[in-house]
Every structure is written in C-alpha cells, then in structure tokens.
Ligand binder design. Sequence first.
Ligand code: C2E
Ligand code: MG
Ligand code: MG
Length: 657
Amino acid sequence: MSIKKYFNLLFEVKNDKPELNRARYKALSKQIPIMYGIVMVDMLALSYTHFSHTPIFLSLLIPALLLPLTIYRSVMILKTDIDTLTDREIKSRLQTINYLAVIIGVICISWAINLMNYGDAYTNSHAAFFICLTSIGVITCLMHLYQSAIIISAVVVVPGAFYFALSDQQVFNAISVNILLVVGAMLFVMFRYSLDFTNLIENQQKLEQQSKIMKILNTENVRLANLDSLTMLPNRRSFFAQLNKIIQMRTVSKDPFVVGMLDLDGFKQVNDLYGHPVGDQLLIDVSDRLKKALNKDAFLARLGGDEFGIIFNNPGTEQELMEIGNQICNILRIPFEMQEGTAKVAGTVGFATFPTAGETATTLFERADYALCYSKQNCKGTVVMFSEEHETIIREVSTIAHRLREADLTNELNIVYQPVVNSAELQTVSFEALARWESPILGNIPPNVFIRSAEQSGMISQLTAILLKKTLETVSKWPDYMRVSFNLSTFDLCSHESTLKLLTIIKKSGVSPKRITLEITETAVMQDYNRALEGLNLFRQLGCKIALDDFGTGYSSLSYIQRMPIDKLKIDRSFILDIETSKATRDIVRTIADLCRNLNLECVVEGVETKEQIDLLTEMGLNIIQGYYFSQPLNEADALKYMQNEIPSMQPRLAIG
Ligand code: C2E
Ligand code: MG
Ligand code: MG
C-alpha cells in the first residue's frame, strides 16, 4: 500500500454515509469543547509546576498559543447549528478534527517531553502523568471519530511510551507498559463501540426511510379512500367529510352554503340497452360536463351509482343558484355521443340551504334528497329548492308514519271497490280494490299519502298483506265471474319474501288466481327490473293477470313493455282530463290503443267522468272504462248491491256515495 493510501486511510473522512457523519459530528460537537477544556487545564497545571525550572518561552508560550485556538474552536463548534450544515461541510469539519489531532497532539507531546529535560523527579512524574491521562481523556472525547482516536494514540501515546521505555528510570519503563496496555484496550473497546454506533445510525436511517415510505403510502391510501375510482371525483366519504368541515366552520357565522343532489334520469336504460362499459363512460362524460359547468368554489362528488353531490360554498342569491341548477340540467340534456350510439339522459337536481333547511350534514343531505325526489315526481329534469312547504309535507308524512305504526291496521284499514265497465255491453267486468285508512286521530288519509308513508317507513309489506287478505275475503263472497284488481306497491316486488308472502295469501284465500289482476306501475318495475320480472312471473304462473297502471306518466319505454309479462295497460286519468279539448292528447290515447291492439293487451281507461269522454273513447275502440261516470268506489256492501242490481237493469249509474 502506498503512503498516500495510508494517509487517506488515516485522515480521509468518507462521504458515502452522510447521515453517519452528521451523527458523529453531533456527538463530537458536545465532546470537543470538553476535550479542549481538559487539554488546556492540564497544560496550564503542567506549565505552573514547571514554571520555576524551565525557560519561560517553553513553560508559557506553547499554552499561551494554544489557548486562543482552543477557545475559538470551542465557541465556533458550540455556536454552529448542525442542521444547517451541508453533508460536504460536515465531512470537511470532521477532516479538520483529524488534522488538528495531529497538529495539537504533536505540539503537546513535544512540549511535555521537552519539559521533562528540566524538572526534578516530581515534576517529571507530573509531565508523564500529563501525557498519559490527558491522552486518555482526549481519546475518550474523540471516541465517535475513531480515526482521530488512532491519530492521538499514534502521535502522542506511542512516542510518549517510547520515550518512557528508553528512560533509565524503572518507574517510567513501567508507565510505558501501562499506558500502551490501557490505550490498546481503550482502542479495542472504542472500535467495537464505533461499529455499534455505525449500525445504530444505519438502522435509525432505515427506520426513518421506512417511516417516510409509510407516510407516502398512507397519504396515497387516504387519497384513494376518498376518491371515486371511475370518475376520479371525490367519493361519498369525502363529500360528507367536506360537508362536516364546512358546517363546523360556519356554525358561528351561519354564512349560508348550499348542498345539491343530482340524479340522472334514464341512466338505467342506457346501462340496460348498451351495457355497463357504456354506462361507465357516460358517468365519466357526465362528471366532465359537471366539472366544466361548476366554478372552483363548488365541491363536486360522485355519491354512488348515477348520483352526484355538490357543495356550493358561496352560492350567491337564490335566483343565481337556480340558474346554475338549470344550466346543469340543460348541459346534461345534450345527447352524449358514444361509440355504440347516442345516449340521452337528463339530470334532476335538489338543493338545500344551510342553515335554513338544516344545520347538520344528515339533515341537509336528506332535505336536498327530498327536494330531488320531489322534483323527480313532479317535474323531472328540473331543479327544486327545499322550501318551507316541503318542511310541512315532511312533518305531515312523519306524523302519518308515526300514526301508522301505532294504528290497529286490521281494523282501521278498509277497502272500497270501483267498478270497471265494458261500455259497449254496459256490463261490469271487474272491480278495482282501493285502500282506505280512517285514522281515529288524523281522520281520512288519502291512499297515495299513507301508501307512500308506509313505503318510506318500511311498513308497506305488512300493509299490503292486510289489504290483500281483506280484499280476497270480500271477493270470495262475490259471484265467480266477477274479477278484482289489486294494487301492488314498488316494494312488494322488491323482495322475494314479500312476493312469496302475497302468493301464499292468494293460495290460501280460496279465490281462483284467474279472477285476480295485480296492478303495478312502471316505477315499481324500474326500481329493480330483474327482481320485479321474477316476482311478476311467479304471480303469472299462479294464474293471476298483470296490469300496468297509470300508463303514460312514467318511462313508457316500449322495449320494457314488450319484455314485461303484462296482460293489460291502464291509461292514466291525466290523459282523459283534456281528451275533449286537446288533439295531441287524443292522438296519444289513440296511439296507446293501437299499441295495445298490436301487442294483444287489454286496455282499460281510468278516470272517465262524462258521456262525451265515453263517446270519444268508443270511437277509438276503447270500451273498458273505469271512472265516476259509472261509479265512484263503493264499500263492500254497496259493491255487492251494485252487482245484484246490475243483472236486471244493466244500465250505467252514477255514484252511490
Ligand atoms: P290508481 O290505482 O290509479 O287508482 C285509481 C284512482 O283514481 C283511485 O284513487 C280512484 O278513486 C280514482 N278515480 C277513479 N275514477 C275516477 C274519476 O272518474 N275521477 C277522479 N277524479 N278520480 C277517479 P284513490 O282511491 O285515491 O287511489 C289513489 C292511488 O292510491 C291509486 O291509484 C293507487 O296508486 C294507490 N292505491 C290505492 N289503494 C291501494 C292499495 O291497496 N295498495 C297500493 N299499493 N296502492 C293503492
Ligand atoms: Mg290502480
Ligand atoms: Mg291508476
């Protein structure tokens, strides 16, 4: 090995482990001032004991030169903020410590040996004491920089020991052996310690790196957990977190903000018609359009399925907000051009304002959802703002739901029967069973109100079962040729259990299923098409007929009608209201009549009240009529009388109460 290599090995501080160097320097920065303190105090003490025997330049000059240097170095080291030093600076400082170890070490040993030429036995012993103990103290203080410890041993301890060994005093010869053994043992222990220290720092570094990676992964996990993977919008969890955050911030100021809910109309059909990949692409395109339509103040999230949530942080006036809502509806109405074809959807929007519509996340969300449902039922494809009027309805519905739960339903629920008449033959062909609830507390509640309330509060299955049992009990007393229509709710078809429960009631009633028609609405089927289909097929297999009620008010999708197991269509009352005055309505009704003929479906017209309406319908070939013109719904006894009277007279009659 060349001299340069030895030199490098001894003095060069490597920079391949900068964190280790930094840790070494940190430890040394606390020990080096102590080390200089030891050196200077020891030197001054030695200088003092030799002052009277030696030339003044020797006893005083060297300590006087070293003192400012050690003070300057100590202050400089103590004042440095190590965290601000670069890796290169740290390395260079460590290197300086190595160089200074040689310089100061050589000066000190030369000085002490020189002093020994002058004194007596005591003072010489003090000099030997100085060489041994000071070098042990210095080596101990430099233990974190192993090279420096070796340098001190090489330039101080070894020459010192050599000098003592050459002395003709046996005491010094013994000291020489002692110091070599002690320093040798110290270097061995320090070498082991240095390895442990290196391992410790490296492990610490690994741990820090792992913890950094964990932090990054954690941040990424949190990001993904709050993101909708399809549209890359914030998801439901993120939406509620944001909602809670803004509520917390505005609890005191009560500055208004708005929660918006958006639901796509017709998304299900796109999914069914073109398949899920196209449905997914449509959702991505919808979210892109929404992002463009909203300004940066708004927080847009996909809540699931075809439902989106928006938080308007600074909503402006109600009029401005409604304009944004309408704009959203308009941009969603523009057809989406997909590879597989053109998809048309619409958006319905509900808004609820903080704090007027609610002050908690749940209330605001529910109210925006309510406004959305209200809009869906009454003015699909538009915007509705939750208002006081809705508040009143909610209160009523919740009162009704509460009363329904408390009610003795078997006694309080009743059925009335409205005749369905063949106007050509003036012969009643069936009766529609219509539910009535007379609450002892609330009075008469309209069926669509308490049925909706029962649906919302999860009581509908229980209600339908009671109504069906009562209806079939009555029908079992009627002549065999008389048929009955019974209305099913959306939820009766949604679960397999409720369908089975109704099938069992029919089987046990003793009434032939052939006499029973079950009326369903398109909305009921659209909720869960496949399950509804399964349920309807079970009723049909038993022998029941299926009628599509309120036809024309829902989706009226021809592809669905063709695929659905139905026997009848019931044209909704809303068409009959203006059939005499509107040509467009007449055309629609005529088209529905043609559709029924082509699909071989029976067609019933609801809500017929006048002779003129009957004449128009007869001209269109529509003869199966239900409406006040023939009769209002009748109670059980009156319906029986009606049947008995019809046989002799067979004349149309007006309402009997
Ligand atoms: P729906 O099944 O379409 O029943 C026809 C509704 O039109 C009945 O109202 C009936 O009284 C009314 N109506 C019949 N002819 C005329 C007419 O000439 N003029 C006018 N203005 N109205 C007429 P109702 O009994 O109030 O029932 C309303 C809705 O409540 C029903 O519509 C049906 O959807 C629901 N409903 C009634 N009973 C039940 C039931 O037992 N179960 C379920 N799930 N729903 C029921
Ligand atoms: Mg009906
Ligand atoms: Mg109807």
